[in-house]
Each structure stands twice: as C-alpha cells, then as structure tokens.
Design a protein around this ligand. Structure first.
Ligand SMILES: [Zn+2]
Length: 600
C-alpha cells in the first residue's frame, strides 16, 4: 500500500467520524496510559506474568518490566490486579424486548462487564449504518453485525420480513442472497440451518446441505464468516460438512458422537454453545417459576447434553468460543457473558481455558486479528479485575477498569458521554411526503426501504407487494395476500420514516396522515415508535380510490407486545414507522392499494 492510499484511507475514516457526529475523537493524551505492575493474562496461553503495559493511540505499544511512562502519559497502579484482553460475546440480540432494551443501555451494560467486542444477530441490514453511527457517538463495545439467512418457513424467518432475514432454499438463491446483503457490509453471516429450536417448539424447515454449502462458499469469497443456528447432532454434521465457521448454539438432542467430532475437526468448525440461554433456571432466575413442569424437565435434559458436549468437543480439540444469545428471555446483556464463562467451567473447562475461549479463540472465530490478546500492536481492549480469574473464574466479575481501543470506559472518575444515558437518538425532522411510490428502487420518498409484515409461524399469510401503474398516471403500491387460517392473520406494508427505523421522527408540526387508498380488506393505519409503542386507527377504505385524512388524535394507543403496561399516549416525537395493515376472513384473499402517503 503506498502512502497516498494510506492517506486517503485515514481521511475517509476521519470524514466518516465527522459524518457520524462523533464526539469520541480522543486525542493521544486521552488514550495514552501506562498500566503498571499488573498480573497479565495475555490470551496467548502463556501463564500470567507480572508486567506493565503501555497503551498509545489506542494500541498496545509495549509490555515489560519497569517500563517508564513517556511524557503526558497517565499512570495506573495495577499491583495485585489481573489484566486481561477485553471479553467477547459473539451471539447477542439487541432487541426492544431485551433486558436492558435500548442501544445505549445495552452498550453500557457490556462495558461494565468488560465485554469489548459484541456480535449483534438481530438487525436488518438497513439498520447497520445508522446503528454504527450511533455506537460511534457514545462509549460502546465494538459491535459486529450479522446478516440473517434462513429458509422459507424456517426458524429465524418466522418473525420480521425478508429484508431482515433472507429466505433461501437453493444454492442459486443462497449465492444471490449473500451478494445482495454484502452491499450493506455486514461483518459476518448468521444462517438458520436447523429449523428445530429448543425441544418444545415447532420443528420448522431446515436448510439443506447444498444450499448451506453454496451460502458458505459465496460468503467466504466475500471474506465473510458464517455462524449457524444448529441445535441437533445431525444438523451439526450438515453444518460442518457445508464448511460453516462456527455452530452458534449447543447441539443438545444427545451426545456429540465420533462422526460429529471428526467432521468438525476436518472442517475446522468452532463451537459457540450459548449455554447461558439454555440454563433451565435462566441467568436472571426467571425460569425457576416453571420448575417441575414437563417443559422444565425437557430443558434440564437438554442442558445436561449441552454441558456434556462442550467438554467432549473441547477435549477433542474443537475451539470453544463465547456467544450467549443474550437478549432472549431471561438472558440479560453483559451478565450473561460472565455467566457463560462460569458455565464453561461448570462444563469441565479450566478457568484458563474458559478465558481463552472468551478472548483469543473468539477473536479468531471472526478473523479479528487485531484483538483477543495482549500483545504489542493489538487494540488496547483491556479488562482489569481484582483477583486471579485464571484460578477462580468468578473473579472476572470484580471489574476495576475497562478500556476500548485505549479509551477508558469503566473505572473511578470515568464519565461516559451524555449519549450513554439517553435511551434514543434525538428525533429527526422529516419531509411531509412519506411515499408516492415513484422511485424505481423499492425505497420510499424518504429514502427508506419498504418492508412487508405478516403473521409468522408454519401456517402463515402469503403476501405479494408490488409497485403498479395507476390508471390516471403515476405509480401506486399494491398489496395482495392470502391470509393464513389463524385468528391474527394479517398482511401489512411498513414505511420506515428514518433509515432502518433507528432514529425516531419528529411529527409534531403536522396534524395527521393523508393517503389515497382503495381496498378489499379491513384496513388500519398504525404508527410504531420507540420501545415498542404502537398506535392505530381504522381506515374506511372501499373498492374505489379516495383520499383519506387520519388525524393523529384518531390514533389509539395499543397494548405493549407480550407484556402488561399502560397504553402509550401519542407524543409525536417518538415515531419510527407507518404501517398499512389489512385483515379479513382467515384463509381468504385480501388486497389494498395506497398512494401519496404524506403528513398534513
Ligand atoms: Zn440467537
């Protein structure tokens, strides 16, 4: 690489930071620090040793005995403390149903646990860029985004739309899907290859080996690693043969057998067992209420298999790596990562082996060569704790200080940016015209990607949405669906008001929504906002075009999803999406057409 290229890259990076509105352009003086006389667990496998570690410009500059601090370098006396590489969690879901729920709260929780690299499996590709910008504007771990792939009717495709989770069921479709999501620059791919879930839910359709192999081949051509949702021994073999880089769950329907071990060794498959999400009592203890039930006994049996298989695969030389499935029920962010390390030890790994799994080997699983060890030149992602966690794993909970790329984010006197205390981005002013469907690229007039939304599960509504020509000229959106036979059968079109529905829109200068519409369906307008808030109103549409105006005052707050709570009041500064949702007789077809959606 010549110096012009280097300079151009630096400039691009700087511009990127400015565009992201970053407040974290730390000067050298902020990040240069000498951590003196720590016991260093360097993540290479070497026994812990007493040394000082010099951090400059976000990287580890020197490691050694009696290092002198250069001018303007802060010093930390770490005598008697353990210094480790920052921890990893390669499998998390940053969802509005998680504990905690919002992006800054989740980021802060990981930092407090010493977790400096986190993979988020939950976001639609449209959300990567706005979420990356948001993360850059606060103190946060380095978050890697997985692009989601499943099969039609598969696990992971049973919520959300095809823009969130691509559906593939042939090698050609898999290749095309990887190419399509690569444009959004995901950090890796999550494939839901095993339709079976956790023993007591439906066995949805699985991805066949040829499709998975094509998916992996295309991903590797694009330098993307592939993790799979795999929970059965049989499916673990399929995944290994197809060349996936890591199983992101426990195989738990029985003991790992010689064939699975041989295949994983032959193909270099890693194992991220997510023990935390399978713990029968759950990490937050909420599962205890179900003790004694048939479902609980099934969870206990699965978990015994899961623990056994971690030990078996580890002893066979398969790299164990750390991913928890945090964000799922009873599996809180940050706390679950630390629990996973303890569960590795419960499964039979030594504390040292557990720490290597959560640092060095997890970095390797995502091909992150710049971290995972304390070595000169690596990112200064560091965790300082009291005690000797390589002897007693729970000492990783005794957090004293945490550094992300040299910047101290946890410790006495550390003040995080105000953005870490906010629960949302500031509301954005947007234009009145939401969508006139005239663009040729499936995007709204606000430059956001339209989505479909229908009931999920094996018996699900089949929906086709298309831009069509209107008789009087111009284009409109047409939605047709054959409803499932379920009571909640519905088909909707989502118009995000901001990119990826990440920031809220500020609608307070308008009175309501105007839309041209005709339909053969029972139609509603819904607005969705921060923290799962929803409001909706009926739309009195008929078979011929008419222009309707729905004042915001007509929108009624809806009950929170799957929890109890008060109905949300309309504020107008926390809305992220408009939805047009049709229902009708289960099993029958419905249609609606909309045009010129705007605020008035
Ligand atoms: Zn998951």
């Amino acid at each position: 690489m010549n110096s012009t290229v280097l300079h151009a890259r630096r400039l691009a990076r700087l511009t990127g930071m400015l565009l992201a509105g970053a407040v974290v352009v730390a000067s050298a003086a902020d990040t240069d620090v000498l951590i003196r006389n720590a016991m260093v667990f360097d993540g290479t496998g070497r026994a812990p040793f007493a040394a000082s570690v010099l951090v400059q410009d976000g990287r580890i500059a020197a490691i050694g005995d009696g290092l002198k601090a250069p001018a303007h370098t802060r010093q930390v006396d770490a005598k008697g403390h353990a210094l480790l590489p920052g921890l990893f969690d390669l499998h998390t879901h940053w969802t509005p149903n998680a504990q905690p729920a919002t992006l800054p709260q989740i980021a802060t929780r990981y930092l407090a646990a010493g977790v400096t690299t986190v993979s988020d499996f939950h976001q639609p590709p449209e959300a990567y860029a706005p979420r990356r910008a948001w993360l850059h504007s606060i103190a946060a771990p380095d978050v890697k985004f997985a692009a989601r792939m499943s099969t039609p009717l598969g696990h992971g495709a049973d919520w959300g739309d095809e823009s969130t989770t691509r559906w593939v069921n042939s090698p050609e479709a898999a290749t095309a899907a990887v190419k399509a999501v690569a444009a959004y620059q995901p950090d890796f791919i999550k494939a839901f290859t095993d339709g079976w879930r956790y023993s007591n839910a439906a066995d949805n359709s699985s991805m066949d080996e040829e499709t998975l192999a094509a998916l992996v081949a295309q991903a590797h051509r694009q330098q993307l690693r592939v993790f799979t949702h795999t929970v059965m021994v049989k499916r673990g073999k399929t995944a290994a043969r197809a060349g996936v880089d890591a199983l992101a769950h426990s195989v738990q329907d029985g003991p790992a057998d010689a064939e699975l071990i041989a295949l994983m060794k032959q193909h270099g498959t890693r194992y991220a067992p997510s023990l935390a999400v399978y713990l029968p009592e759950r990490v937050d203890g909420s599962g205890k209420a179900r003790a004694g039930t048939e479902a609980y006994r099934q969870r206990e049996a699965n978990f015994a298999n899961a623990l056994h298989n971690v030990k078996t695969l580890h002893d066979a030389g398969i790299p164990i790596v750390l991913g928890t499935d945090a964000g799922m029920t009873g599996t809180p962010h940050g706390e679950s990562t630390l629990r996973e390390l303890e569960l590795f030890v419960q499964a039979g790994l030594t504390p040292t082996e557990a720490l290597l799994a959560g640092t060095r080997d997890s970095a390797e699983a995502l091909a992150l060569d710049d971290r995972g060890r304390i070595e000169v030149g690596k990112r200064a992602d560091l965790l300082l704790v009291r005690g000797r966690p390589w002897e007693r794993i729970s000492d990783v909970r005794n957090t004293e200080q945490v550094y992300v790329a040299g910047r101290q984010v946890v410790g006495k006197g550390v003040r995080l940016p105000a953005g870490n205390r906010a629960t949302a981005l500031p509301p954005r002013a947007i234009d009145a015209l939401v969508d006139d469907f005239e663009r040729g690229d499936q995007r709204t007039a606000l430059d956001t990607l339209r989505n479909d939304d229908a009931d999920g599960g094996n018996d699900r509504t089949v929906q086709v949405t298309a831009v069509i020509d209107r008789e009087q000229g111009g284009k409109a959106l047409s939605m047709q669906a054959r409803l499932s036979s379920k009571d909640d059968a519905h088909a909707a079109v989502i118009l995000p008001l901001t990119r990826g529905s990440v920031a809220p829109a500020d609608l307070r200068r308008w009175h309501g929504v105007r839309v041209d519409v005709r339909a053969d369906a029972t139609l509603r307008l819904e607005a969705r906002g921060l923290e799962g808030r929803r409001w909706s109103a009926p739309l009195a549409a008929s078979g011929s075009w008419q222009t309707l105006e729905i004042p915001f005052t007509a929108l009624q707050g809806q009950p929170p999803y799957r929890t109890k709570g008060p109905l949300p009041a309309w504020r107008g500064d926390d809305v992220q999406q408009l939805l047009f949702s049709g229902t009708g007789t289960p099993g029958k077809t419905i249609w609606f057409e909309i045009d010129n959606v705007r605020f008035y």
